[in-house]
Design a binder for this molecule. Structure first.
Ligand code: 13P
Length: 336
């Protein structure tokens, strides 16, 4: 697959005022989300919920692509149209989560490494035939006493780079996601330092593995104080720290950066993205790839009436897409 082709897809993913909806929860993760609102975690409920999200009217005004889970890319709408086809027909680029989740990193208590490289080449070939045009791999970096270690960061960067090279070989744009977790008591400066060293390690590994950055998207976490730090940070402080960190570690040739919401409130996730774009021009388009911050309102409404609340739930998905699409252009108005 040519680099031009990958670059074209990457640019379409971060087109002005558009972002990504992440609906790639593994069955274990969606079980937690369903549990939280009392929905039985059956295959049909998972299918119906993903159909609700993906068939939100006019979603493509603000959403360029959606990340699916393995089960979902094999499912169809109630009318029998495979989700990936429905998406492509409606201007939404199909993406797929291809990592197999995290396991403890041997020898490094409290740290994780992401698995899924074995057999990945064949899986990517199949996902391409199923319609996927980009793929996501999430690495998790924990902040705590004496962690993260350099070894953990390097192991995760190496895996991300190996996966990214395989994606490009298969014609899929890699969305590389090194998530620095919000959990913990660390301050915002610590998050800054860990994020910077993680990103530098990642881009070094991508270079070592011959990954073409023109056909790669970074999915980044924002620079925030730890959830249990008791520290607050203003919207501008988060936006400034995140921008400075990205500018110091991410090559300008990258087509775009998307953010995860990572446990922030819906409004914070939008406000932070908006502020970063108001502070532009920036070297890259900055947009969203939110999971929870796109879905939480819809899931709650749907759980109250699975058959009756579909349209209402879709209205909230559209509203969240619009807010975040405006924020991607620095044009969001609070409560507007
Ligand atoms: P959240 O926005 O809920 O953090 O999820 C995004 C994602 O894809 C994490 O891998």
């Amino acid at each position: 697959m040519s680099i031009e082709h990958l670059a074209e897809t990457a640019l379409a993913m971060v087109a002005a005022g558009k972002g990504i909806i992440a609906i790639d929860e593994s069955n274990a993760t969606i079980a937690k989300r369903f549990d939280g609102v009392g929905i039985p975690n059956t295959e049909e409920n998972r299918r119906a919920y993903r159909e609700l999200l993906l068939t939100t009217p006019k979603l493509n005004e603000y959403v360029s692509g959606a990340i699916l889970f393995d089960e979902t890319i094999r499912q169809s709408t109630k009318a029998g149209v495979p989700f990936a086809k429905y998406m492509a027909d409606n201007g939404i680029i199909p993406g797929i989560k291809v990592d197999k989740g995290t396991v403890p990193l041997a020898g490094f208590p409290g740290e994780l490494v992401t698995e899924g490289l074995d057999g990945l080449r064949a899986r990517l070939e199949e996902y391409y035939t199923l319609g996927a045009r980009f793929a996501k791999w999430r690495a998790v970096i924990n902040i705590g006493e004496d962690i993260p270690s350099g070894s953990c960061i390097e192991a995760n960067s190496h895996a991300l780079a190996r996966y990214a090279a395989l994606c490009q070989e298969a014609g899929l744009v890699p969305m590389v996601e090194p998530e620095v977790l919000i959990d913990g008591r660390h301050d915002i400066e610590t998050c800054y330092e860990v994020t910077e060293v993680t990103l530098r390690s990642l881009f070094d590994a991508l270079y070592q593995q011959n990954v073409a950055l023109e056909g790669t998207i970074l999915k980044a976490s924002m620079v925030l104080p730890g959830k249990d730090s008791g520290e607050g940070a203003s919207v501008d402080e988060v936006a400034e720290s995140t921008l400075m960190c990205l500018k110091s570690a991410v090559p300008a040739i990258l087509p775009g950066i998307v953010f995860l919401s990572g446990g922030q409130s819906d409004e914070d996730a939008t406000a932070h993205l908006d502020a970063m774009n108001r502070m532009g021009p920036n070297p890259w388009p900055l947009t969203f790839s939110y999971g929870r911050a796109m879905q939480s309102a819809a899931l709650k409404l749907w759980s109250q009436d699975l058959a009756g609340n579909v349209a209402k739930a879709q209205d909230t998905v559209y509203a969240r897409a619009r807010d975040n699409g405006m924020a991607a252009q620095g044009q969001w108005t609070r409560g507007g």
